[in-house]
Design a protein around this ligand. Structure first.
Ligand code: ZN
Length: 1015
C-alpha cells in the first residue's frame, strides 16, 4: 500500500506545490448553462449538517471515476456505497470517540458540514470533467459568502479506490479549496483537507529546489530555541536542530527538511504528522503543531455564537432593573471552552451560559460574555499561538442612576520607595465611588498596592462595588531615582599583593554578525577564580502592547479589519500604501530596546521597512518574511533601537509598499543590564566588554576586552603532515595561528561555545577520526568562517598497496557513485558544492548510460570531503537498470531511521538490507538472500559474520561479495533508507584477495586518513 501511494503521490506533486488552481482543461471551459444543467442532474446530499453553510467549514465529497476503477462511482446504484464511504471516512474522522477519530478535527465536528455531491452521470475524470469545471460548480453552489472571514468550502474529489495519492489547492481570499484524492483513507483525506481550509503545508521534502521558503504555522526557518514558533512544545533537553535519529522519534523539536526543502527549513516532528513529516504515509495522525493550527483556525472560519439574548446590544433602562442574559454557542467535544462574564471589566460569573444582572446604581454599564477555548491542543505564545476568544457585548445605559456616591477618581497617588534598592510600592490615589474597590494591575496582580516593583510603566484599573471603573498609569522613571548609580560602587577590593593575571583568547565578530567570543584564563592569585562580566545581558520589564487603534496612521486607503486571531480582534491592513504608522512608546529608562512588530498577511516576497525613532531614521531596516495571505498566521519582526526615557515616537515607514498587515507593536517598558558569571562568552557584539575576576581570597582585578569587528574570510585547502607524531600544517601562513576542533563550524546560528582541542600550527590527536582546523589572524583576531576537515588514521593499519578501483577495469564496474566526484568525470571535483540537494549525482563508471541519483550533499563530513545523505530524500529513478553485479563495495553510514530490511536501492534490499537490531547485527539472517549468506562480508578490511557483528552506525568500508552474480536489478532507490554514502562500487565479479585489500586501502586513505599517526 505504501509503495503504491508513494508512486501516485509523485504524479500529483507539481500540482500540489504551486497551490495552483489550474487543472488540465479537458473539453475547454464549461459555459454557465452547462454548469446549471449539470447541477440540475446532480444531488447535493447533506450527510452531516451542523449549521448554515455561510458559517461552517463545508467539505463536499464529489464522486468521480476512471476506467481503471474496479467499481466506479458512475451509476445510480452506487449512491449507497458512495454515502457509506463518506460516513466511514470523513464523518468517522470528525466523530469524537470513534476509533477512527482524528485529533484535532474530531473536537470540532460542529464547525463542519459534510456533503456528498452525487453526480452519477459525470463523465470520466479528466475526459469531459476536470478541476476547472468542479471549481465552477463549487463556486455556483457556495459563493458568495454572507460575511467576511466566515465560511469555507472544499470540494474533495474521490474515486472509488483504496490507495493513491492526492493533491490540493486553495484560495484563501475566496475561502475555497479543491482536492483530489485517489481513495478514501482518512489520513490522506485529512492531509488534503488540511491543505485547504487549514492552509497547512506539506512537511515532506522533494527534489524541488526552486520554491521559496517562508515561515508558516508548521514550517520555520529558525531553529534557535527562543525564536522557533512552536518553542512552547519543545522540551529543554531536546537539541536544536534536532537530530533525525530514532531517539527523537516521539519528540517535538526542529527537524531539518520541510515543505519540499531538504535543508535550512524545519518541521516539528521526525515522522509524526500526516502532512508528510520525514517519511510519507508513516502515520495517521497530525503533529501537535498542526493540531494547534486546526484548533485556532476553526474559530476564524466559524462564528461560534448561534444566538444571544437580549438580541438588542444597546439597552436603555430607567433606574433599577434586573435583566436576563444568555448566549448559545457552538462547543467543541470535549468542551474546553471557558465562559466568563464581565461587568465593567470585573468578572461576575464563570462557567454559565446565562445569568441575571441587576443594574441601577450608575449611568453606564458594559457587560461582556467572553468565551475562550482553552484546549490542551494550544499552548499560548502570542502571536504564534493563543486561545481563541469570542466576545458578546451589551451596553446598558441608565437614565436614572440610583447611587448617591460621587464619581470615582483614581490617580497615580503615591510611590513609596527605597531608592537604594530600586524597589517601590505603588499606591493608587482613590476618591469617590463606593468601596470596597478591586484592582487589576498590568502585571496581573489584584492587590490594592503593587509592591516591590522596579523602574517601569504600570497600569491599574480600579473598580468600585457599584461597577464604576477608572484607569491610571504609574511611570517610574529611572531619572526620578536620583543618584543611585554611585551607591553600587562601594565594593572594596582588598589590597593583597597577590596579583591575578588575566589572559584573554579573543575571536573577532564578523560585520553584522555579533559572533565574537572571549575565553579568559588566569594565573596568580588563589584559584578557583570567578568571573563576572559587567553589562553582559539585558533584562527587560513587562511588554506594553501598542495596537493600530492607538497609532497615527499616515497611509492612503488603510483599513482596520476584524479577525479573531488578531490580538484584540483587529489589525491594520495597509493595502500596500506608502506612508508610515507611528506610536508614542513610553519607556522607564534610556537604553536599547527590541521593537517587535507583529505582522502577517502580505502576499509579497518579504520586504524591509524603515524605522524612525523621534524623527531620526535608523540605519538598519526591519525585515518582514515572505508570508502567504493573512491566514498563514502572525509573525514577529524585531529591531533593536535606542529609546530615551519617557515617550518616544516610533514610526514604521514604508520603503516601497513594504508594510504588511500589522497586528500590534510590542515594546518592553524598561531595561536593566545584568552581569553574568562565566569564563567563556559567545555571540558577542564588537566593542568593549568589562569584567571583574575574583579569586578565592577575594582579591579582585578589573579589566576590559575589546572584540574587534572584521570582515569574514575563508580558508582553502590546508596541507597537513605527520610531524614527529603530531598533525602539523605544512608551510603555515605567517601572521596566523590555527585552531583545531572536533566539529565543523556551526554555520549561521552559533549557539554553543566550543573550545578548540588545541591552538597552534600542530596538534596531537588522541584517537583516529575526523577533525577540523580553522585559521586565525593573530593581529585582527579574525577567525576563518570555515574549518577544513581532515581524518586521522592509525599508521598501524596502513597497507603498502592501494588500488584505485578503475584499475580493476571499467568493463567490470557496473556502477560507481563517488560523492567526491559528483559530475562523474573520474576526477575529484574542483568545484564547490553547497550543502543541499544535488539532482544529478553521476555514475562515474558508465559514461554511456549516464545513470544519476538525487541526493542531499553534506560537505566536509569525511576527511574534509562531502557525502551523499539520503535521510528524507525521496525516490530517485535510474535511467538504466544495473544488473549482474557480484561484489558490492560501500563507504557508508547506516541510520537509526532507516526502515529495517532496506538499503539504498530497492533491488539490493534482499542482499544488504538493514537489520532489525543493528546493535546485534548488520543484516538479519532470516530475510537475507542466500547469495549474501553464502558469500563473504568484510567490514573495515576484516572478514566478519554479518549476522553476529554490530553495525558500527558510523562511516565504514563494507564489502559484500555475493556467492554469484545478482539477478536483482537496481532501477530505483528505496526512499525508506536514510543512511549516507561516500562511495559505492558494484563489480560484476569476485575480487582476488590482493585486489580487495588494495581497494580497501585506497578507500581508507581517501575517506579515513588524511594523515596517519602512531597511537
Ligand atoms: Zn504537522
Amino acid at each position: 500500500m505504501k509503495n503504491l501511494y508513494a508512486l501516485v503521490c509523485f504524479a500529483f506533486l507539481s500540482f500540489l506545490q504551486g497551490f495552483s488552481q489550474k487543472g488540465e482543461v479537458a473539453n475547454g471551459k464549461w459555459t454557465e448553462s452547462q454548469i446549471d444543467a449539470f447541477i440540475e442532474k446532480s444531488e447535493l446530499i447533506p450527510i452531516q449538517i451542523t449549521g448554515d453553510k455561510d458559517n461552517r467549514i463545508n467539505i463536499v465529497i464529489v464522486n468521480q471515476w476512471t476506467s481503471r476503477n474496479e467499481e466506479p462511482y458512475n451509476s445510480p446504484d452506487m449512491r449507497g456505497e458512495f454515502v457509506k464511504d463518506i460516513e466511514e471516512s470523513l464523518v468517522a474522522a470528525l466523530t469524537y470517540g470513534d476509533e477512527r477519530a482524528q485529533t484535532a478535527y474530531s473536537h470540532y465536528k460542529d464547525f463542519f458540514n459534510v456533503y456528498g455531491l452525487w453526480m452519477p452521470d459525470t463523465p470520466e475524470w479528466k475526459k469531459g470533467i476536470d478541476l476547472e469545471a468542479m471549481d465552477a460548480i463549487r463556486d455556483r453552489l457556495f459563493l458568495p459568502w454572507a460575511n467576511e472571514h466566515r465560511g469555507w468550502v472544499t470540494f474533495l474529489i474521490m474515486p472509488n479506490r483504496e490507495n493513491g495519492g492526492g493533491g490540493a489547492a486553495r484560495n484563501l481570499e475566496k475561502r475555497v479549496g479543491n482536492a483530489v484524492i485517489a481513495g478514501n483513507g482518512i489520513g490522506k483525506m485529512l492531509h488534503e483537507i488540511s491543505h485547504t481550509c487549514m492552509s497547512i503545508g506539506d512537511e515532506y521534502t522533494t527534489a524541488a529546489t526552486g520554491t521559496s521558503a517562508f515561515p508558516t504555522y508548521s514550517a520555520d526557518l529558525e531553529y534557535e530555541r527562543d525564536k522557533i514558533k512552536w518553542r512552547k512544545w519543545i522540551e529543554p533537553t531536546t537539541p536544536l536542530p534536532t537530530p533525525y535519529e530514532a531517539e527523537y522519534l516521539d519528540k517535538i523539536g526542529a527537524f531539518e527538511g520541510n515543505q519540499y526543502h531538504l535543508v535550512d527549513y524545519y518541521r516539528s516532528t521526525a515522522q509524526g504528522c500526516i502532512m508528510g513529516a520525514g517519511v510519507f504515509d508513516n502515520t495517521e495522525e497530525m503533529c501537535p503543531v498542526c493540531n494547534q493550527r486546526v484548533s485556532m483556525r476553526v474559530y476564524d472560519l466559524v462564528d461560534i455564537i448561534k444566538s444571544s439574548a437580549p438580541e438588542n446590544k444597546s439597552i436603555e433602562i430607567n433606574g433599577s432593573k434586573k435583566i436576563r442574559f444568555a448566549v448559545d454557542h457552538i462547543v467543541p467535544e470535549p468542551n474546553t471552552q471557558v465562559v466568563r462574564w464581565f461587568l465593567n471589566g470585573k468578572m461576575i460569573a464563570t462557567g454559565v451560559d446565562e445569568l441575571e444582572v441587576e443594574f441601577g446604581d450608575i449611568a453606564e454599564y458594559e457587560l461582556i460574555c467572553s468565551i475562550t477555548d482553552e484546549t490542551p491542543n494550544i499552548r499560548p505564545d502570542p502571536p504564534f499561538a493563543q486561545f481563541p476568544k469570542v466576545e458578546v457585548k451589551w451596553n446598558v445605559s441608565n437614565t436614572a442612576p440610583t447611587s448617591q456616591a460621587s464619581p470615582l477618581l483614581v490617580n497615580s497617588g503615591t510611590v513609596q520607595g527605597n531608592k537604594k534598592s530600586c524597589l517601590f510600592t505603588l499606591v493608587p490615589g482613590i476618591s469617590g465611588g463606593m468601596p470596597p474597590y478591586i484592582y487589576q494591575w498590568s502585571t496581573g496582580s489584584t492587590a490594592d498596592t503593587l509592591k516591590d516593583v522596579g523602574v517601569g510603566i504600570y497600569d491599574v484599573v480600579v473598580t468600585d462595588s457599584q461597577y464604576r471603573t477608572q484607569k491610571t498609569r504609574f511611570s517610574i522613571y529611572e531619572s526620578g531615582l536620583g543618584n543611585t548609580k554611585s551607591s553600587k560602587k562601594s565594593k572594596k577590593s582588598k589590597k593583597n599583593n597577590s596579583i591575578i593575571v588575566v589572559d584573554a583568547d579573543i575571536k573577532a565578530a564578523e560585520v553584522d554578525r555579533d559572533n565574537g567570543s572571549v575565553v579568559l584564563s588566569f594565573s596568580g592569585g588563589q584559584p578557583p577564580y570567578s568571573v563576572q562580566w559587567l553589562n553582559a545581558e539585558y533584562e527587560y520589564g513587562n511588554n506594553l502592547i501598542y495596537e493600530p487603534g492607538n497609532a497615527d496612521i499616515q497611509l492612503p486607503d488603510f483599513e482596520i479589519k476584524k479577525l479573531f486571531s488578531a490580538s484584540d480582534n483587529s489589525y491594520l491592513d495597509c493595502k500596500g500604501g506608502e506612508g508610515f504608522v507611528s506610536w508614542d512608546v513610553e519607556v522607564a529608562n534610556s537604553g536599547f530596546y527590541p521593537i517587535d512588530v507583529v505582522y502577517g498577511g502580505i502576499d509579497m516576497k518579504g520586504s524591509d521597512a524603515l524605522i524612525s525613532i523621534n524623527g531620526k531614521t535608523e540605519d538598519k531596516t526591519i525585515h518582514f518574511n515572505q508570508t502567504r495571505p493573512l491566514y498563514t498566521g502572525w509573525d514577529v519582526a524585531t529591531l533593536k533601537v535606542y529609546l530615551k526615557e519617557g515617550v518616544n515616537k516610533v514610526a514604521i515607514i514604508s520603503n516601497g509598499q513594504s508594510i504588511p498587515n500589522i497586528d500590534y507593536l510590542r515594546v518592553p517598558s524598561s531595561v536593566r543590564s545584568k552581569s553574568k558569571v562565566q569564563r567563556e562568552r559567545i555571540n558577542l557584539a564588537p566593542g568593549e566588554h568589562g569584567y571583574v575576576v575574583t579569586d578565592s581570597n577575594e582579591n579582585t582585578v578589573q579589566g576590559t576586552v575589546t572584540v574587534p569587528e572584521v570582515y569574514p574570510f575563508e580558508i582553502g585547502k590546508i596541507e597537513l603532515e605527520n610531524k614527529d607524531g603530531a598533525v602539523a600544517v605544512v608551510d603555515p601562513l605567517s601572521g596566523y595561528t590555527y585552531k583545531w576542533y572536533s566539529k565543523d563550524a556551526t554555520g549561521k546560528k552559533g549557539e554553543t561555545y566550543e573550545s578548540p582541542l588545541a591552538i597552534g600550527t600542530s596538534f596531537v590527536p588522541s584517537a583516529v577520526g575526523n577533525y577540523y582546523v580553522a585559521a586565525q589572524n593573530i593581529l585582527s583576531r579574525a577567525e576563518s568562517r570555515n574549518r577544513v576537515g581532515f581524518a586521522v588514521g592509525n599508521l598501524a593499519e596502513k597497507r603498502p598497496i592501494a588500488i584505485d578501483p578503475s584499475e580493476l577495469g571499467y568493463e567490470s564496474i557496473k556502477m560507481w557513485f563517488d560523492a567526491s566526484d559528483i559530475d562523474g568525470n573520474g576526477k575529484e571535483d574542483n568545484f564547490v558544492t553547497p550543502r543541499g540537494p544535488v539532482p544529478n549525482w553521476k555514475d562515474r563508471s558508465t559514461r554511456r548510460n549516464s545513470n544519476e541519483l538525487f541526493m542531499k550533499y553534506e560537505p566536509n563530513q569525511l576527511s574534509g570531503k562531502g557525502v551523499a545523505a539520503f535521510d528524507h530524500v525521496w525516490v530517485s529513478f535510474m535511467q538504466k537498470e544495473v544488473k549482474d553485479y557480484q561484489t558490492i563495495i560501500m563507504v557508508y553510514k547506516e541510520s537509526s531511521m532507516s526502515f529495517p530490511g532496506t538499503s539504498l536501492f530497492r533491488g539490493a534490499n534482499g542482499l544488504l538490507g538493514k537489520s532489525k537490531n543493528p546493535v546485534k547485527s548488520i543484516f538479519d539472517k532470516d530475510n537475507i538472500d542466500p547469495k549474501t549468506k553464502n558469500g563473504k562480508v568484510y567490514l573495515n578490511g576484516k572478514q566478519i559474520d554479518p549476522f553476529n557483528t554490530p553495525n558500527p552506525m558510523d562511516f565504514s568500508i563494507l564489502i559484500v561479495q555475493l556467492e554469484s552474480k545478482s539477478d536483482s536489478g537496481l532501477s530505483r532507490t528505496e526512499g525508506l533508507w536514510e543512511g549516507s554514502i561516500a562511495e559505492m562500487i558494484f563489480i560484476d565479479r569476485e575480487l582476488q584477495e590482493w585486489e580487495r585489500k588494495g581497494v580497501e586501502e585506497y578507500l581508507r586513505r581517501k575517506w579515513f586518513s588524511t594523515v596517519d599517526v602512531e597511537f
